[in-house]
Design a protein around this ligand. Sequence first.
Ligand SMILES: Cc1cc2nc3c(=O)[nH]c(=O)nc-3n(C[C@H](O)[C@H](O)[C@H](O)COP(=O)(O)OP(=O)(O)OC[C@H]3O[C@@H](n4cnc5c(N)ncnc54)[C@H](O)[C@@H]3O)c2cc1C
Ligand code: FES
Length: 278
Amino acid sequence: MYNVTKKEQLNPDICLVEFEAPDIAKAARAGQFIILRIDEKGERFPLTIYDYDVKKGTVCVVCQAVGVSTKKLCALNKNDFILDVAGPLGHAVSTEKIGNIICIGGGVGTAEAYPITKAYKESGNEVKVIIGARNKSLLICEKELKSLGVELYVATDDGSYGRKGFVTDVLKELLSKQKYDLIYAIGPIVMMKAVSQAAKPYNIKTLVSLNSIMIDGTGMCGGCRIKYNNESKFTCVDGPEFDASLIDFDELIKRQGRFSDKEKLALHEYECRLGFKH
Ligand SMILES: Cc1cc2nc3c(=O)[nH]c(=O)nc-3n(C[C@H](O)[C@H](O)[C@H](O)COP(=O)(O)OP(=O)(O)OC[C@H]3O[C@@H](n4cnc5c(N)ncnc54)[C@H](O)[C@@H]3O)c2cc1C
Ligand code: FES
């Protein structure tokens, strides 16, 4: 059992949860993720490690409530418990000095871009960050990213804050002005695909952190399989970071929706149960 030590609502759908997990905090590196199960009836689901504190023995995640498991996590409060946490899983980001880097985060991916940006800054890289959301009220982690000392650009779809448009509009502008050594994007799959396409003419290495459906997280079930450079790869053990130019994004988008009927039904039943309780 993992004791929740902090819970903060970042926007109506996204919360930050910190919990005690000293062994995971000791081993965690930027870019890795954990797999959680909230209660006995819960499904296993992956979340990126947003931050960790070895001294306090805590791990922090930022979670968008989209279905039953994520809603259950976001409903927890300080001193509640999470049943199981496995991790850290997946490969960490490189800690080499690369040069000029653009990090991009969209939606809840903005929180996932935070540890990546921090790791690249700590390795002595020049990092510019572009973050995006549908509107101002949904934007998260702006202050935290700014505190890393990066040049930060904000785009909102409706123009309610920062520049009106998509993160790719800002990206294209930056790419037209200066040479970069690496682009790293994390967010909705369609956004990562668009970033990859925008970067292609400039021939800049573009990495993305994939959020394909995972079940066991150990390379055994095949749930997170993607087509990569015409071969099969498992996001949980081979990733989650991949070279965007080699990913078959269209297949990934199709696979991501394969349980949508069951997910809708599970959410409906969960919300009915909650309604019944209240
Ligand atoms: C490596 C990795 C890191 C992630 N990090 C974060 C994070 O930091 N914050 C965050 O909010 N979300 C993150 N996600 C996505 C998160 O795991 C899903 O939103 C969550 O599993 C949805 O479960 P649910 O029961 O709430 O919703 P469901 O109703 O089950 O599903 C809603 C949607 O979430 C996706 N999904 C469902 N089950 C899984 C699963 N087991 N694995 C991956 N995606 C799934 C599907 O696209 C589905 O349509 C990450 C996913 C991966 C693979
Ligand atoms: S989640 Fe089972 S193989 Fe990756």
